[in-house]
Every structure is written in C-alpha cells, then in structure tokens.
Design a protein around this ligand. Sequence first.
Ligand code: CS2
Length: 489
Amino acid sequence: MSRLSAASVLPSTVRSPAYDRAARGCGIVHLGTGAFHKAHQAVYTDDALAEGGDWTITGVSLRSGDVADALNPQDGLYTLVVRGQEGTTARVIGSIVRVLVAPREPDTVMDALTAPQTKIVSLTITEKGYGVDPKTGGLDRTHASIAPDLADPRRPTGAVGYLVEALRLRRERGIAPFTALCCDNLPHNGKVLKRLVSEFAAIVDPDLGVWIDANVTFPSTMVDRITPASTETTFSDALRLTGFEDRAAVETEPFTQWVIEDDFVAGRPRWEAGGAIFAKDVAPYEKMKLRMLNGAHSMLAYSGYIAGHAFVRDVMKDAALAMLVTRQMDAAARTLDPVPGVDLAAYKSDLLARFANPAIAHQTYQIAMDGTQKLPQRLIEPAMATLRAGGSMDAYAFAVAAWMRYCLGMDEQGRTYALRDPREAEIATLLGEAGNDTASIVDRLLDLPGLFPADLAAAPEWRKAVQTRLETMLAEGMRKAIEREARAA
Ligand code: CS2
C-alpha cells in the first residue's frame, strides 16, 4: 500500500486541499504540532487557504521528532478522520507544509520565526509548557522550559525563549513583529502568554520588553475539539477511507469551535471560512468551556478511571456517573455570566452528547494527566466563585476528592500507574508522608504550594467535604462513592 503523498490520487469521497499548496507562502509558524493542532487550527487554516492567502503553516516540535518523521515524508499532508454518530469520514489536510524539530535544527526554527513572511506564531504546547508560576501567575524562572533559556537566551529551547529571541532578532533586523497566538486551554491565554514573554524579555533586555509591549499582540482564544490520541484504528480507518497508508493520521469528533480575539498586528487568515468566531472579548467563552467541558472532563476522568472506565463514552453509559457529569456542568454554569449568543442549557446538552459519542474512544487516562496544571482553571476557580457566592460545594468536593484518589497512583486492583503530572514527584513525597491517614492526605494535597487558594484550603467545611468523600472512595471503592454521591445529589 503506498503512502499518502502529494501525488496520491484520492477517492472522490475524500475531501482534499482545494488549492495549490506549492503556490502559497508560509505565514504561520506553529509551536507544538500535535494531534490537537492537526485536528483544529490546521483544519481552519486549510479552509481559509481554499479562499486564498499566504498562510500555510511551518510546524515546530519542541521536543520529539515523531510528528516530523511521520509528516515530512508525505509533504506535510495527513488524514483527518472524523467520527460522528452517522459514520466516519476522511479529509486530507494540506495547510502544514513541513515540520521542524527544534532540538535537531534550532537555527532553521529561528529562521522560520524571523522570516519576514511569518505573520503569526501560534502555540499548542499544553498547560505545562509555558512556565507559569502557580503562585504568582507570572514567569517561573526555575521552570524546566524557562531556566535554561534565561541562562542562555540566544540559544532557546522552550516556547517563551524562542518567542523572545525571535522578537529580539526581528527588532534588531527591522523586521515587523508577528502576532503570538496561544491556543491552549488556559484562562486568558493571550494575557498569560503576553505576561510571560514580557517578563522574560524584560530580564534579557528591558528595552526589548518595552518594544514587545508596544508592538506585539497576544490575542486570547477559546479552542475546542475533542481529539483522542491516534491509535492503530485511526491508521487503519485512514487507509480504508483514502486507500493510502498514513501514520500521521489524526481522529476527532465532528464538533469544532474556535473563538478568537481579533487583534492581529500583521493580518490573519480568513479563519471564518472554517467557522471561527471573532469576538471582542473571549473571556466568557473561555470560562464556559474550561469550567463546563474541561471541568466535567477532569471530574469524570479521575472518578471514571478509578471506577474502571477506560473511555469517556463508557462513563456516559454509567447512569450514576453520567448524572454527576451533568451536575458538574450545572454547577459550573451557575458560576458564569451570560455568554453572548450561547444558551447554556443547549451548550450542556451538546456537551453530554459529545461525551457520549460512541465512535470516539477518548481515554480517561489521557484526560487525567497533568492534573496540577488543569485543576485551577477547570475546578478550583469555579469552586472559589461558588464559595464566595455561598453555593453548594458538593460537585467540586467530589471532583477534588476523585483527583486525590487518583493521585495515589494505584487502582482498586492494586495496579500502579504513572500520574503523568509535572508535580508527580512532589505529590508522591507528600503522600508518602501522609501514609494511610485520609485527613493527612487531604491536608497535604490541599496545601500543595500554589494550587488551592488559601481561602479555599482554609475553609473547614470544604476540607471536611473533600475528606468525607475521599474516605468513602478509599473505604468502599469508587463505585460505591459514585452511587452514594449520585443519590445525595
Ligand atoms: C481534555 C481536553 O485532555 C483533556 O484534559 O479535557 O483535551 C478536551 O478534550 C479538549 O479541551 C476539548 O476541546
């Protein structure tokens, strides 16, 4: 079977790029060319390219070469497998023209970032990739992706370091700046990135910091598309639907959403072609999505994984747990201001249907990773808002207790698993000290530096609510805990 390439003759049922890729210039450099980027921004860009413009994408992997090794031999083309209730379709995406691997070819990455035709540098590097200090919200100078770059800013290895050095060189060479576009699930993601880049730049060169503040924009975005990690089934479906082997194929759901603050210093693709929404203020959409979708996701991932549900769709077949998912979304919705043009009840029922999509095998274990990076915006901030408003904390206490249960790193059959959290070692040390004492586990995890705000960690009812639930989870098992919680809800 031959491999997908520019010369592939695709069946008429497969949508392929409707433009001459070679004739289009590259206007975007994207850091973190993983499955989510390939199922989201790259698809919107493919739609925009069909209308025109020099907006192809140079992808950059900051660590592993896997994506580049799969994509480059097929000219950047890959299959997007879309799994809906009505069946599975395939589409070949052409917006990414090459992928660079930063550790292998740092100079080529810098050439791409400083090229005059690069108008946008976008990022999906996951929450932990930025180097945010959880205590201050600013730059964590000791972070693994920040500290080495601060020590040697001309030879960066992390995203913030690359952005700052590229902007420094552009300024020095008289090349206009680019827009830096954060597409990760962080609240106020544009503002967060701006703060990190400005702080880093001010350390390297105060004038550069001032110049960046005045000349570079950092639009915030809300991104949404459920994208499970690719599996052998993804690859075999891609082959079945297109007739070509494609180890770079990604799979996703039919739903997709992108809300973007329209603040670009050097132009942008017409992403509206793919359905992107441009808004003055992205914050209400971001908050809605992080709290309702991602908050419910995290809750169900921790409780579902321990209860033996490998996939989100299995959770949704478990009546008691599905009910807690609904409760989580309702609790989150109560913390939101009205979201322009969105009916939150309809948004919730769409989310429930998306979670239940039987064609999507989204692992609870995948969602459970990086808990310390995800909990604040998904569960802790709405919990704080609920505490301030005097509302019921039950949904949050259950979700946080489930996270604590998951942090123990052992399932109910006694099998151990990796937390896959950047603070995994710190958590293991605290839990080692706590031993089997539930109150002590709760105390230590609630006091994990920078995670829970002091007001919340100090609220005795909250501590008690988390502890009671964790006790049930440990003494009677997650199944019983879920049932008990659902009965009481
Ligand atoms: C998930 C998200 O892995 C996770 O933590 O909650 O990746 C989620 O699938 C996306 O944000 C959906 O847009």
